[in-house]
Design a protein around this ligand. Structure first.
Ligand SMILES: Cc1ncc(COP(=O)(O)O)c(C=O)c1O
Length: 411
């Protein structure tokens, strides 16, 4: 489906997402788990079907018609992603299986080569496990040391600590742009500047940012930027790693196989150019092609409207939830996206999540893969409602009413 007009109306938008129009447990579905994965518009699903039914073929290696069609569609997604991130160099876009895979690529290919004993890796208390564990693995191997930026009670970085932590020992700063657990938008511009001043490399986990606002990797001037397609209206199993060409050129691939080589003999192998030297094996071709349709979809949206709509939902939902007795919101940063994490006095988040589901409302409960942050707050987890472009104020009202009912049952 060609999306030619600019979409800036929620009802028009909801028509693009058939999944939203269903009942769960006898109630209209209210999908508020968008930070975990967003829903896919028609055009993305159609793109998967078109490939599977029309030109299913492996890419790059064939000379036949179908292989050419598939290769062209696959590489056109790379161009679209490059344009989306504001780089003109398509070699800087590497396809991976997701944010986790992208971060592991940097940890293994860059970290193992450039980190040594005593070097410092700076992470923050807000990180998702996928931006902690790969660094712990590489730190263990290289003798590098992990330092952690603490957070304030509002869920923002402690900026005095940021200034103190960064030193000539800092070799890498790996932080998220937006916190998945709290919604905080972190001042990554500031930390990238600080990193550059001491010659440190920067890896930004953008899993939660690209869906909410425009990201310009050239303006940011970060070395790496990672995100997943499935949180941006695209398919699962597809991710992106942006890396500065000059940095990627210096890295060795960490996964070997087909596609990533120039020549192979038993005397030795020479590697392909970037980005292909990091893309070993047959990728998720249909997923990457369909991700191109997701980027087209994002381009069809009015960016200012998206921001305004999501911020209105955030403000409205925050006000409503705060009026509930005993409800505490975790994460009250000045700058945040449309994510609300909360707990209700004396009620376990799982119980609340289950009773919300009974009323058709999908939220996420638990530690959100941020156990260090939950431990810091001294809580087992939270209930997280995360809003996307297709959510409405009526759905916020439904969340509120369902919550009031659930709390009355559980108290
Ligand atoms: C901030 C952040 N980083 C990394 C990830 C991991 O993404 P994926 O599971 O798609 O690799 C997520 C997923 O929730 C996330 O929110």
């Amino acid at each position: 489906m060609e999306l030619t007009k600019v979409i800036n109306d929620v009802e028009q938008l909801r028509d693009e997402f058939p999944l939203l129009h269903q009942e769960v447990n006898g109630y209209p579905l209210v999908y508020l788990d968008n930070a975990a994965t967003s829903q896919k518009p028609f055009s993305v699903v159609e793109s998967i079907t078109n490939y599977s039914l029309g030109y299913n073929s492996n890419i790059h290696r064939g000379v036949h018609h179908l292989a050419n069609l598939a290769t062209e569609a696959f590489e056109s997604t790379r161009k679209k992603v490059a344009a989306m991130l504001h780089t003109t160099d398509v070699r800087e876009i590497i396809f991976t299986s997701g944010t986790t895979d992208s971060i592991n690529l940097v940890a293994q290919s860059w970290g193992r080569k450039f980190l040594k004993e005593g070097d410092e890796i700076i992470l923050s208390m807000l990180e998702h496990h996928s931006n902690i564990v790969p660094w712990q693995m590489v730190a263990e191997e290289t003798g590098a040391v992990i330092r952690v930026i603490p957070v304030t009670p509002k869920g923002e970085w402690d900026m005095a600590a940021v200034d103190q932590l960064i030193s000539h020992k800092t070799k890498l700063i790996a932080v998220n742009h937006v916190s998945n657990a709290l919604g905080t938008i972190n001042p990554i511009e500031y930390i990238i500047e600080k990193a550059k001043a001491v010659g440190a490399t920067t890896m930004i986990d953008g899993a939660q940012s690209v869906v909410h606002f425009d990201v310009d990797v050239k303006k940011l001037d970060c070395d790496f930027y990672a995100f997943s397609a499935h949180k941006l209206y695209g398919p699962t199993g597809v991710g992106v790693l942006y890396g500065k060409a000059e940095v990627l050129e210096k890295m060795n691939p960490y996964r070997g196989g087909g596609e990533m080589i120039n020549t192979v003999s038993f005397d030795g192998t020479t590697y392909n150019d970037i980005p292909y030297k990091f893309e070993a094996g047959t990728p998720n071709i249909e997923g990457i092609i369909a991700f191109g349709a997701a980027v087209d979809f994002v381009n069809s949206l009015d960016g200012e409207w998206v921001k305004q709509h999501e911020q209105e939902l955030l403000a409205y939902a925050t006000e409503k939830l705060k009026s509930i007795d005993g409800l505490k919101i975790y994460g009250e940063a000045e700058n945040k996206v449309s994510v609300i994490s909360f707990l209700v006095d004396g009620i376990h988040p799982f119980d609340l999540g289950t009773l919300l589901d009974n009323q058709g409302i999908a939220v996420r409960t638990g530690h959100h893969c941020t156990q260090p942050l939950m431990n810091h707050f001294g809580i087992p987890g939270t209930v997280r409602a995360s809003f996307a472009i297709y959510n409405t104020k009526e759905e916020v009202d439904m969340l509120y009413n369902a919550l009031v009912k659930a709390i009355a049952m559980l108290k």
